[in-house]
Ligand binder design. Structure first.
Ligand SMILES: NC(=O)c1ccc[n+]([C@@H]2O[C@H](COP(=O)([O-])OP(=O)(O)OC[C@H]3O[C@@H](n4cnc5c(N)ncnc54)[C@H](OP(=O)(O)O)[C@@H]3O)[C@@H](O)[C@H]2O)c1
Length: 279
């Protein structure tokens, strides 16, 4: 492996992934939204692992315009990407919020941004030796209503349902990536990191904060949350593992909705339709 791109690499699971790959002297590109948070992390990791190369790219993944601009910069660098880890994610902060581009915020960050990022970076990924895409999903995908007429959840919005939709989309996206690009050597995966003691849901509603506080004693470390991602990135995978969903470094059957081939194809076509101005 050489060059690894990790979104949300300044915190939680993404930061643990960053530290791991830096410790193995890889080149890692962090994709983060907040320079005040990300720059000190980049500096500290570079200092700790001088043989690694740490790059920082700034982009708010709720803005498809910024995602597109980011991919333009990476494409201009023309450096192959061995592993893209779509890790950044969030659960809504109480009431439904919509971006200036018209997308519900958590669906935009959890699914539309990784879809767009992966779409534009595909030539760089396919030009690498490893050719892997890893989506950090969640067991919360089992809560997804996945109403095909209302992915932006204009009706019946709750932060958990929308989060569930985004995480289901991560699994469907990995499967469809494998279907579409497998013949070109792509290896796509999704995985559940476990309940992880990170900054996740810290800005969420009081209900979510209380729920997270109560279950936090049972949570695993960020390093443990990163371990399946490391496994998927480093291991030679079997043919039957490609496109699949993992938990604790083992293949796991996701929900019926996630296994539905029509859902996989629908989500791809719907994402292309929604993101048309940015493709
Ligand atoms: N923690 C868990 O129990 C758990 C369980 C299942 C799945 N997951 C998944 O694991 C992934 C990582 O979460 P985590 O637990 O490590 O949480 P975290 O500590 O909150 O890290 C999330 C990362 O995503 C970034 N991010 C959020 N919104 C962004 C945006 N608009 N643009 C760019 N970056 C953005 C955050 O940036 P800032 O630091 O600037 O906010 C942060 O770097 C997520 O996809 C989450 O859904 C977590």
């Amino acid at each position: 492996m050489g060059h690894i791109v990790i979104t949300g690499a300044n915190s939680g699971i993404g930061k643990a992934l960053l530290n791991y790959f830096a410790s193995k002297s890889h080149e890692v590109t962090m994709v983060c939204r907040n320079p005040q948070k990300a720059k000190p992390v980049a500096r500290a990791v570079q200092h700790k692992f001088p043989r690694a190369t740490i790059n920082l790219e700034l982009a708010d993944l709720s803005s498809m315009e910024q995602v597109k601009a980011l991919t333009d910069r990476l494409i201009a660098n023309n450096q192959p990407i061995d592993v893209l880890i779509n890790n950044a994610g969030l659960i809504g902060e109480g009431d439904r919020q919509v971006t200036s581009e018209g997308f519900e915020v958590s669906f935009a960050v959890n699914h539309l941004a990784p879809f767009l990022l992966t779409h534009h970076l595909m030539p760089l990924i396919l030009n690498s030796d490893t050719k892997k895409v890893i989506n950090v999903a969640s067991e919360a995908h089992r809560l997804a209503p996945f109403d095909k007429n209302d992915l932006m959840m204009q009706s019946g919005y709750t932060e958990l349902k929308s989060y569930g939709n985004g995480k289901l989309a991560n699994i469907l996206h990995a499967k469809e990536l494998q279907n579409r690009f497998g013949e070109e050597g792509l290896q796509a995966f999704s995985y559940h990191p476990g309940g992880v003691a990170s900054n996740f849901a810290k800005n969420s509603s009081t209900f979510m904060k209380v729920a997270m506080f109560l279950v936090r004693p049972f949570f695993v470390s960020t390093e443990q949350g990163a371990s399946t991602g490391v496994y998927l990135a480093e291991k030679e995978m079997h043919k039957e593992d490609l496109g699949q969903y993992f938990d604790k470094s083992k293949r796991k059957s996701p929900s019926k909705k996630a296994r539905d081939v029509e859902n996989q194809q629908f989500l791809w076509e719907e994402s292309v339709r929604l993101l048309k101005p940015f493709l």
